[in-house]
Design a protein around this ligand. Sequence first.
Ligand SMILES: [Zn+2]
Length: 82
Amino acid sequence: MIGTSTKRKKYEGLNVSNHRHCIICGSVVPPERDPPVCEGLCEEELAKRQKRSRMFNIVWLIMIFGLIALLMYSFFSVPMSP
Ligand SMILES: [Zn+2]
């Protein structure tokens, strides 16, 4: 009984429409912040992550192209039986 009542009180206290959560650490940030991260460390972390994900995408693209090239090569270089 005590558990449910405290939970309800917590939800009433939050104004859901008037804040956003930092996508790095999850703390509350003003809604006008875009992207929703807190200043300083989290901003840096986000930049780092974006840079990393961009690198990761490039690596993936190269791998997929390499795989396609390999498949094409093996497909067209099938030894023809006389
Ligand atoms: Zn944060």
